[in-house]
Ligand binder design. Structure first.
Ligand SMILES: Nc1nc2c(c(=O)[nH]1)N[C@H]1C(S)=C(S)[C@@H](COP(=O)(O)O)O[C@H]1N2
Ligand SMILES: [Mo]
Length: 414
C-alpha cells in the first residue's frame, strides 16, 4: 500500500517537472520571438520574415494553454504540498497571473479586427507591461532555481550522516556577510536590471508620453533628414492643429532603410490609365491648394495615434487634374523606398478623406514618418498609408501590395 502511494506520488512529481520543463521552453520561444517582433532593429533586418515570426509567436502562444491547463488539473495537490511555504505559493500566483495575462492580451491582439482599435490598444499596453515585468521575474526565477545555486540544506540530495557528524565536531566558521548563493543571486539581479532596465524605462517613458501628447514626435522631427524647399506653409486650421494635437506615438515602421529626399530627387507622378499623365516637382507640388482633416491612425499590431491633424491634397482632387480613363478601377500607390506598394480601389478613393498628406499637426512630416509626402486613408488600417509616396498608377483590376501579399487583407477598413 505504502509503496503504491509512493509510486503515485513519484508520478505526480514527474508530471509537475514535465509541465515545468515544457512551459519553460514555451516561455523561452515566446520571449525570443516576441522581443524580436518588438525590436525596431529587427524590423528592418527581417522584412517579410516578420510575418512568419508573428505566426510562430501566435501559434506557440496558443499552445501555451496546454501546460497551463494540465497544471491546473494538478493544482489542488500542488497547493497542499506548498502548505506552509507562502513564498512558493506567491510565486505560483505570480507566474500563473503573467501566463494568463499574456494569453488573454495576446488573443485580443491576434483578433484585432474583431475587438477594434481601443481594445487592441489596451491589449498591447498590457502585453508589453507584462513582458517588461514578467520576463525579468521569470528569468530571475529560473536562474536562481538552477540546482547548483541552491542551499546545500535545500538540495533534494540527502546530506550523509557522516558529513553531519563532521559538522558537529567542527562547527562552521562564523557566518560571512553574504553567502555565495546570495552573491550570485544579487549579481543576476543587477545584470538583469542593467540589461533589461533601459528598455523598460524607455517603454515607461513612451507610455507616459502617449498620455501626455507624445515627446518622441519632436525627436523624429529633429532628426528629419529631408531637405525640401520652400517649406510648406501651414493653413490656419493646421496651426494650431484643429485636432488639438495628436495623442499617441507612431512606431516607425519600414521594410527598407529610411530614405530621404531633397528638391533634386523628389517628384510625384500620376500615370497609367489617366487622360493626362502628370508629374510635380516639389516647387510645383507645394503650390497646390491643400485642405485639413482630423483623423485617427490605427496599425494592425495594436497601436493607434488619435486626433491627427493632416494637411494635404485629397487624392480625388489630384485625379480630377489628370482625368481617369473609363477602364480604370484601382490605383497602385508606390513608395519612394522602391519596395513598398499598396492598392486601393477608385471607389474607396472617392471619399474626401483619402489624402496625400504633407503636414502633420502643422509641421512637415519627418522622414521617419514617411515625409515629405505620404498617403493617409483614415478609415483603413495604416498599412494602406504608403510612406514616401512618389507615384500613383491607375490600373484595371486590383493590385496586391507589399503587406497584402504577405497575409494582410486587401480590404483594410477599420
Ligand atoms: N513605404 C512604407 N510605407 C508604409 C510602411 C512601410 O513599411 N513602408 N508600413 C505601413 C504600416 S504597416 C504602418 S502601421 C504605417 C506606419 O507609419 P509610421 O511608420 O509613420 O508610424 O505605415 C505604413 N506605410
Ligand atoms: Mo501597421
Amino acid at each position: 500500500m505504502n509503496g503504491l502511494l509512493r509510486r503515485l506520488r513519484q508520478g505526480y512529481g514527474k508530471k509537475l517537472a514535465a509541465i515545468h520543463f515544457w512551459n519553460g521552453w514555451i516561455v523561452v520561444l515566446l520571449s525570443l520571438s516576441g522581443l524580436i517582433l518588438l525590436g525596431g532593429y529587427w524590423r528592418g533586418v527581417l522584412g517579410e520574415g516578420r510575418v512568419w515570426l508573428k505566426w510562430f509567436h501566435v501559434i506557440v502562444g496558443i499552445a501555451s494553454v496546454l501546460p497551463i491547463a494540465y497544471y491546473l488539473a494538478l493544482a489542488g495537490k500542488h497547493w497542499k504540498q506548498l502548505r506552509g511555504k507562502p513564498w512558493q505559493r506567491f510565486n505560483v500566483y505570480v507566474v500563473l497571473g503573467f501566463l494568463f495575462g499574456w494569453l488573454l492580451s495576446g488573443v485580443l491582439l491576434w483578433q484585432f479586427k474583431l475587438v477594434g482599435p481601443r481594445v487592441s490598444n489596451a491589449a498591447l499596453v498590457a502585453h508589453d507591461a507584462l513582458t517588461w515585468i514578467g520576463l525579468p521575474y521569470i528569468i530571475y526565477h529560473s536562474l536562481t532555481r538552477v540546482k547548483w545555486l541552491k542551499d546545500p540544506a535545500r538540495r533534494t540530495v540527502k546530506v550523509k550522516p557522516a558529513e553531519k557528524e563532521a559538522e558537529a565536531l567542527h562547527p562552521a566558521a562564523p557566518q560571512p556577510l553574504y553567502t555565495r548563493k546570495e552573491f550570485i543571486r544579487g549579481a543576476i539581479g543587477v545584470g538583469l536590471a542593467v540589461t533589461v532596465g533601459p528598455s523598460f524605462l524607455k517603454w515607461i517613458g513612451d507610455s507616459l508620453g502617449q498620455a501626455g501628447g507624445g515627446g518622441s514626435l519632436e525627436r523624429l522631427i529633429e532628426k528629419d533628414a529631408n531637405r525640401l524647399l520652400p517649406p510648406p506653409q501651414p493653413l490656419p486650421a493646421s496651426s494650431p492643429p484643429a485636432g488639438g494635437g495628436a495623442r499617441g506615438n507612431f512606431r516607425v515602421y519600414t521594410v527598407t532603410p529610411i530614405p530621404s529626399f531633397d528638391n533634386s530627387n523628389w517628384s510625384l507622378r500620376i500615370d497609367g490609365l489617366v487622360d493626362k499623365p502628370m508629374e510635380w516637382t516639389w516647387e510645383t507640388f507645394v503650390k497646390l491648394k491643400r485642405s485639413v482633416q482630423v483623423s485617427d491612425f490605427h496599425c494592425v499590431t495594436g497601436w493607434s495615434v488619435y486626433d491627427n491633424t493632416w494637411e494635404g491634397i485629397p487624392v480625388k482632387t489630384m485625379l480630377e487634374m489628370t482625368g481617369v480613363k473609363k477602364q480604370a478601377t484601382s490605383a497602385i500607390f508606390y513608395s519612394g523606398d522602391g519596395v513598398y506598394t499598396s492598392g486601393i480601389t477608385l471607389e474607396q478613393l472617392a471619399k474626401d478623406d483619402a489624402m496625400i498628406a504633407v503636414l502633420h499637426d502643422g509641421k512637415p512630416i519627418p522622414s521617419d514618418l514617411g515625409g515629405p509626402v505620404r498617403l493617409i486613408m483614415p478609415k483603413m488600417y495604416a498599412y494602406k498609408s504608403v510612406k514616401w509616396l512618389n507615384r500613383i498608377e491607375l490600373i484595371e483590376g486590383e493590385h496586391i501590395g507589399y503587406w497584402e501579399q504577405r497575409g494582410y487583407a486587401n480590404e483594410a477598413w477599420v
